[in-house]
Design a protein around this ligand. Structure first.
Ligand code: GLA
Length: 332
């Protein structure tokens, strides 16, 4: 075969933030938005990347090069490639557009070389993607995003346990908001962050955790307990309890871990004021998205309440996406 196409999803973390690189727990879902990579074998050694997102897409080059380099480190004979990338994910918006890109390219190349995409290979490719981002792009991410993108499953969240960083535990937990008359609403604040910025907040928080900062660790410990409780509540369909835990997570991220920002706080407060069951920032923070859980009947009120709060604050209108657990990376 000379041309193979693969799609990999972005993710939303329901709860468990800044825990992955601290040996803790998180609970992401893969979402229906994603990135598609079409790879065609070339006769020479060159790797060419084109995308529908130029000029932003030019930043994608380093992720692609990182994935190809890491696949070659595995011993794979990756040939020269033409890679065409398209995406429905907002870039740098907190929905793991970078993990989706890495996983789409890795999955497509695996397909081109005839490897079977079984659960073992999915884990290997998640690690390839994480290493590409950490070693080649310089974004010291923890591994949650790449595992969610490779292993995501409809009607399930993934309880990820990073106690063994070499081999994270992956437990699918039933996640059927629709069956309980509940909606998961992602709101993109429009504020962009860059995880690869060495002086940025994400890398700084990692350093503070490594140094044993007690307040940062108070967040990590309490967050791990909330993840356990939320996984149990979600499996039981107790979305009101999940919502309470999400709010407690947001408060801890805002006050103890200090990775929220004005727009994230405003979104969470407006969602709760409009009757949502729970809401929190999701992802690394300093911008990006919130995740809100609300009864179906209130979703319009919640959306309108958030929009009105942005308007009153003089902020550009945010973008909302209703999401549900989706399938991980696949050939398409
Ligand atoms: C980013 C990183 C993840 C994780 C989250 C915070 O999304 O890529 O590995 O650390 O931030 O939970």
């Amino acid at each position: 075969m000379t041309t193979v196409r693969a799609t990999a999803p972005g993710r939303v973390n329901l709860i468990g933030e800044h825990t992955d690189y601290n040996g803790g727990l998180c609970l992401p879902i893969a979402i229906p938005l994603g990135t598609t990579a079409t790879v065609t074998r070339r006769d020479d050694e060159a790797v060419h990347v084109t995308s529908d997102r130029a000029p932003e897409g030019s930043a994608w080059r380093q992720y692609v090069d990182g994935v190809v380099a890491e696949l070659r480190t595995l011993g794979w004979a990756v040939p020269g490639l033409d890679i065409e990338v398209t995406s429905t994910l907002p870039l740098g918006g907190g929905l793991s557009s970078s993990a989706a890109l890495e996983c789409a390219v890795a999955t497509a190349v695996a397909g081109l070389l005839g490897h079977e995409l079984d659960s073992h290979l999915r884990r290997v490719l998640a690690e390839v993607a994480r290493r590409a981002e950490t070693l080649h792009v310089g974004a010291p991410t923890g591994g949650m995003d790449q595992l969610a993108s490779m292993l995501g499953w409809p009607d399930h969240a993934l309880l990820l346990d990073f106690a063994d960083l070499e081999r994270p535990g992956v437990t699918p937990v039933p996640c059927r908001p629709g069956a309980a008359g509940v909606v998961l609403l992602v709101t993109d604040t429009g504020v962009r962050h860059r995880l690869a910025d060495g002086d940025g907040g994400y890398a700084q928080r990692r350093r503070e955790c490594e140094a044993g900062d007690p307040r940062r660790w108070r967040h990590v410990r309490s967050e791990n307990e909330r993840v356990r409780a939320a996984a149990a509540a979600m499996e039981a369909g107790a979305w009101g309890r999940v919502g309470e835990l999400m709010v407690a997570s947001h408060v801890s991220l805002r006050d103890d871990f200090e990775v929220s920002c004005r727009e994230l706080d405003l979104t969470v407060e407006a969602a709760l004021a409009a009757g949502a069951l729970g809401s929190r920032m999701t992802g690394g923070g300093f911008g990006g998205c919130t995740i809100t859980v609300t009864h179906e009947g209130r979703v319009d009120a919640v959306r309108d309440g958030i929009d009105a709060a942005y308007e009153a604050a003089g902020l550009p209108r945010p973008v909302h996406h209703e999401v549900a657990p989706a399938e991980g990376a696949r050939l398409t």
